[in-house]
Ligand binder design. Structure first.
Ligand code: ADP
Length: 397
């Protein structure tokens, strides 16, 4: 069955058409600058990437353009829209309502709307994507796959904040965690790579991209993760601060005479390695600058790695041990330098990095030595494939 995977942002829409039987990507692309001056990037199997300027005032036109591209007689991947068996939508926040992926019904849409307050930038955009697809593909089954669902197995001691209980009971303020699709996919895949049962393995997954999080997976279940109520908590990221003393907010607000909205913008968009280095949020630029002697770029790298190391230590403690540490996402898959800097701290766990293997990138590979007590793996994540698998499983049920 062909599954159309949709990941809808406020002004963008990423898509992949995946044959769920062969797991081949038949076509993929992106609509950008929706509502501004629309751009469609499209590539089908065996063809060159095409980039065209298109009129797309709303997400509905964007979905329409994607569907037209998919059935284009020259470069289309399918000959008719009937060949799309189902659509899988990435939904950022499922709150406590969703512990797993689900087929989309009116009730599901209403429940996603109810948790939109917790993810005001993401959920409304995700819902617009669903609505656009329903309008243009009536009758095609659709599934919602949540970033938060995998983490709903966290025990209360991991997800509760140390604030008055009423904020949890009345307003559902708690840790939710994100990147769940990736953490689940990578931890499962790592167990397969090691030839060990997923249900009896203690794994720490480091999803290190522009957004970054660490997850403790014990016996196939997420038991803790570094992101919180929102994706701002945890690691130092491309532009997000990660953990800080909450008093910093009041202090800076007073010093700079900032409103709350402004200070949240600083923490989300002007902080992280970008804020520390002043160079870039992109690790390639930071590595190059550090290499060329830029001290703040080197400091940003050190702060980033140190925070990851602290979370690994915390999660090894939380699980009373760790069998495997996985690196994934843009930086985790590609930056041997970052992996080495992190692993250099982990001698106490018995981690021994295979320096030759660590030079490789973007492939499924065990990068620790034979004698390493804890296995270290590089596992390219594939959130689209994970969404396609979940969607196919729900539809075929
Ligand atoms: P997101 O999905 O959160 O936007 P990605 O998983 O695509 O993030 O990761 C983006 C990050 O990965 C960027 O900071 C980028 O610099 C980094 N990255 C990608 N390739 C490399 C590389 N070869 N070396 C170092 N960093 C890289």
């Amino acid at each position: 069955m062909n599954i159309l995977v949709i990941n809808c942002g406020s002004s963008s829409l990423k898509f992949q058409l995946i044959d769920s039987a062969s797991e081949e990507v038949l076509a993929k692309g992106l609509c950008e600058r929706i509502g501004i001056d629309g751009r469609l990037v499209y590539q089908s199997e065996g063809n060159e990437k095409e980039i065209t300027k298109e009129h797309m005032p709303t997400h509905t036109e964007a979905v329409k353009l994607v569907l037209e591209a998919l059935v284009n007689p020259k470069t289309g991947a399918i000959s008719s829209l009937d060949e799309i068996g189902a659509v899988g939508h990435r939904i950022v926040h499922g709150g406590e309502a969703f512990t797993e992926s689900t087929l989309i019904t009116d009730e599901v849409i209403a429940a996603v709307e109810r948790v939109s307050e917790l993810a005001p930038l993401h959920n409304p955009a995700n819902l617009i994507g669903i609505e656009a697809c329903q309008k243009l593909m009536p009758g095609v089954p659709m599934a919602a796959v949540f970033d938060t669902a995998f983490h709903q197995t966290m025990p209360a001691e991991a997800y509760m904040y140390g604030i008055p209980y009423k904020y949890y009971s009345q307003f559902k303020v708690r840790k939710y965690g994100f990147h769940g699709t990736s953490h689940s996919y990578v931890s499962k895949h790592a167990a397969d790579m090691l030839g060990q049962p997923y249900e009896s393995l203690k794994t720490i997954v480091c999803h290190l991209g522009n957004g970054a999080s660490v997850c403790a997976v014990k016996n196939g279940k997420s038991v803790d993760t570094s992101m919180g109520l929102t994706p701002l908590e945890g690691l130092v990221m491309g532009t997000r601060s990660g953990d800080i003393d909450p008093s910093v907010i009041e202090y800076i607000a007073e010093k700079e005479n900032f409103e709350m909205e402004h200070i949240m913008d600083v923490l989300n968009k002007k902080s992280g390695v970008y804020g520390i280095s002043g160079v870039s949020s992109d690790f390639r630029d930071i590595e190059a600058a550090a290499e060329a002697g830029d001290e703040r770029a080197a400091l940003a790298q050190d702060v980033f790695c140190y925070r990851v190391v602290k979370y690994i230590g915390a999660y090894a403690a939380a699980m009373n041990g760790v069998d495997a540490i996985c690196f994934t996402a843009g930086l985790g898959e590609n930056s041997g330098e970052t992996r080495k800097k992190i692993c250099d701290y982990l001698g106490y766990l018995g981690v021994e990095l295979d320096e030759e293997a660590n030079k490789r990138r973007g492939e499924d590979l065990v990068i620790s030595t034979e004698s390493s007590k804890v296995k270290v793996l590089m596992v390219p994540t594939n959130e689209e494939l994970a969404i396609a698998r979940e969607t196919a499983a729900l539809v075929q049920k």
